[in-house]
Ligand binder design. Structure first.
Ligand code: UD1
Ligand code: CA
Length: 454
């Protein structure tokens, strides 16, 4: 029997002080709700997400899963109840999860479902270093759970309990629907608390168990500080996985990965490298310090940086080099090609073995449209060249330094497009500065000569 999951995500996230729904804040480059969905999809066959009114971005982010709208935010049990009609006909288990607990693992959700064999209601618990304002799990001598007391309603003795409610409960669908409908808002906040289903189950004589998991997986995100703590946990996981897969990092704590960053073996990452979403780095490539990469592919043995920026649509072919202060966007840099210093290469295709001089710019945007630049194999682009797109430079062509290239250059041709240098003797700068040789010996004579000329 497949289990169903209800994910609560209608809250405003007041403590985030944000105009966007809390669960849309990113962790490792994707909205936190997508992290939770990835774990949930691994264990649950059906998913319904409870959203608030006017949250179109959130609805789009959870597609293709069902969405229930909670019009008034009356509490977590009320939110879960909104999803029940969408699960009509489901007679397996149903779990309720919070969208702001995004780091729970599929393995832990598996243990939650397995524990249902021993209890009618199972919840996830944790023992945080600082239990703060989490709901406390009140257990009996035999370890069975009696109830959950919210921090706001707890006595001093109850606040001293170390076992906290992580916010995930699981039961048979019919039981869950009955308990949710029975919750009453008689508590300090006047809300319908999901946590009250525990006492309702106990009142029917049902067994309730807590499955414990590490705080790192179960911490809730209510504030920007907690978002940063969750990001740190996720980054630590991603770095460990990358190193397990054969990546060398000199200072892993300074490297920021995205949830989907892919590495081949023997990749080296120097300190202070940031990966946005959609990056793949192949075997033996080296990403040097202070580089920023997103939406790009770096093929084997390529060297990027230091201080390089690779933007979406970039492919760096095997053995190519991208050096300091070089930016690539929607550009393919051919095998063994080099762009080592101070360049902007956008919407370009650069052939194998080409050499792009310092200060080369593709002028790809005319203010309205983007145009492409094509550079053939083995071409040599002199320093400080502006390539006004659309334009093609042929294979093995040579472009003189300082050129503004506005028309195509054939294969094997030399192109120079700059003003010819003119030299005028004696017409140098006459302002302040060190004396010229003719001034040093006899100032008076020179002044007289100058007067004569006038
Ligand atoms: C909740 C638990 C607390 C637990 C903690 C774990 C309750 C009453 N308390 O507290 O025991 O220790 O999580 O992190 O359940 N939501 C809605 N509609 C609502 C209210 C909330 O969809 O009307 C959603 C929120 O978007 C959020 C989740 O439910 O994703 C939890 O709500 P939140 O207000 O963050 O509960 P906590 O105070 O953290
Ligand atoms: Ca919360």
């Amino acid at each position: 029997m497949t289990a169903a999951a209800i994910i609560l995500a209608a809250g405003l996230g007041t403590r985030m002080r944000s105009s966007r729904p809390k669960v849309m804040h990113p962790l490792g480059g994707r909205p936190m709700i997508r992290h939770l969905l990835a774990a949930v999809e691994a264990r649950f066959g059906r998913v319904v997400v409870v959203v608030g009114p006017q949250m179109p971005d959130l609805e789009a982010a959870v597609a293709p899963h069902g969405v229930a709208v909670q019009r008034e935010r009356l509490g977590t049990a009320h939110a879960a109840l909104q999803a029940v009609p969408l699960l009509d006909g489901h007679d397996g288990d149903v779990a309720v999860l919070y969208g702001d607990n995004p780091l729970v693992s599929a393995a832990t959700l598996g243990r939650l479902l397995a524990a249902r064999a021993e209890a009618e209601l199972v919840l996830l618990g944790m023992r945080p270093t600082d239990p703060g304002r989490y709901g406390r799990v009140v257990t009996r001598a035999d370890g069975m759970v009696e109830r959950i007391v919210e921090w706001a309603d707890a006595t001093e003795a109850e606040r001293a309990i170390g076992l906290c409610n992580a916010g995930v409960v699981c039961a048979a669908a019919a039981d869950m629907a009955r308990w949710l409908a029975a919750v009453r808002p008689d508590n300090a906040k006047g809300e319908y608390y999901l946590t009250d289903v525990i006492a309702l189950a106990r009142a029917e004589g049902k067994r309730v168990r807590a499955v414990e998991a590490p705080e790192a997986e179960l911490r809730g995100i209510n504030s920007r500080a907690e978002l940063a703590a969750a990001e740190a946990t996720l980054q630590a996981r991603l770095r460990a996985a990358a190193m397990d897969a054969g990546v060398t990092m000199m200072a892993p704590e300074t490297v920021f990965l995205s949830h989907d960053t892919r590495f081949g073996p023997d990749v080296t990452l120097e300190p202070h490298v940031v990966f946005g979403p959609g990056v793949s780095i192949e075997d033996g490539a080296v990403i040097r310090a202070f580089s920023h990469l997103e939406g790009c592919v770096v093929r084997r043995d390529a060297v990027i940086g230091p201080y390089a920026r690779l933007r979406p649509g970039t492919v760096v072919e095997p053995g190519a080099h991208v050096g300091n202060f070089v930016e690539l966007k929607a550009t393919t840099l051919g095998a063994g090609a080099k762009a080592n210093h101070l360049a902007y290469l956008g919407d370009a295709t650069i052939g194998a073995g080409a050499n792009i001089g310092a200060g080369t710019i593709t002028c790809n945007y005319d203010g309205v449209n983007k145009h492409r630049t094509e550079i053939g194999e083995g071409a040599f682009i002199g320093s400080d060249t502006a390539l006004v797109a659309p334009v093609k430079v042929g294979a093995r062509a040579l472009v003189g330094a300082g050129s503004v290239i506005t028309s195509n250059v054939p294969d094997d041709a030399l192109a120079i497009a700059r003003g010819r240098q003119a030299v005028f003797a004696g017409r140098g700068f006459k302002g302040k500065g060190p004396a010229r040789p003719d001034e040093r010996s006899d100032g008076a004579e020179r002044t007289a000569a100058a007067k004569e000329q006038n």
